[in-house]
Design a protein around this ligand. Structure first.
Ligand SMILES: *Cc1c(COP(=O)(O)O)cnc(C)c1O
Length: 209
């Protein structure tokens, strides 16, 4: 973990892949060294936690791009759209509709990614593989959200590569550029499969409690 690991990962993934530093559960003090080293893309999985930590940090580092990578509950939409620059877990029609309504009231430029449940796991968020095409079309054509790409978290017990490849196929079909896939354990595999963003927590910040 730490800045040495950070530089190593950046070299491994190369300049065409973005490194998202996943700072969930970590404090401003843990995050600061990475900000000072020039890191600007961060991921958090909870709205309240992100608001508490990042309201001040974003004032100090206004060019930070903060993304929500955890499930978004409908009652947190308003708050989420205030603090996040990207919502990477768009995964159901009602959520997309409510976000659109909120943005109509309080416009802000936000990037969206659609999370696909590539393993169709019951307990996991993400749009099902059967509904993915319809949902992507809905977000892009009907409600016209600024969708930049897709994200996934493969099932723990599966080989991740086929899931990454599958996500890439869906993105290609819809002309979407960004693929957010790969975490501490499998980011190199994800890059081989075309990831444009990898999400790394543990390798940078150490284990979470
Ligand atoms: C926590 C988390 C990560 C980072 O996982 P590590 O294994 O710690 O690198 C990436 N993506 C999502 C969606 C997460 O919730």
């Amino acid at each position: 973990m730490g800045l040495t690991e950070y530089e190593k990962i950046k070299n491994e993934i190369g300049q065409n892949v973005a490194l998202m530093a996943v700072s969930k559960t970590k404090t401003a003090r843990d995050i600061l060294p990475f900000l000072q080293a020039g890191q600007r893309l961060f991921g958090e999985n909870r709205v309240e936690e992100a608001t508490e930590k990042w309201t001040t940090l974003k004032q100090e580092y206004p060019d930070v791009e903060l993304h929500l990578i955890g499930h978004l509950q409908k009652n947190k939409i308003k708050e989420a759209l205030k603090i996040f620059d990207g919502i990477d877990t768009l995964d159901n029609f009602e959520l997309a509709e409510k976000i659109t309504a909120e943005l109509a009231k309080n416009p802000r430029k936000i990037k969206f990614m659609i999370e696909v449940n590539t393993g169709d796991e019951e307990q996991k968020s993400g749009i099902s593989t059967a509904k993915a095409d319809e949902f992507i079309n809905y977000c892009i054509r009907d409600v016209k959200l600024n969708v930049t790409g897709l994200m996934c978290i493969p099932p723990q017990e599966d080989e991740p590569a086929p899931h990454f490849a599958f996500l890439g196929e869906i993105a290609k079909k819809h002309g979407l550029k960004e693929l957010s896939m790969g975490m501490s354990n499998d980011y190199l595999l994800a890059v081989q499969q075309g990831a444009t963003i990898v999400r790394i927590g543990t390798l940078l910040f150490g284990k979470r409690e």
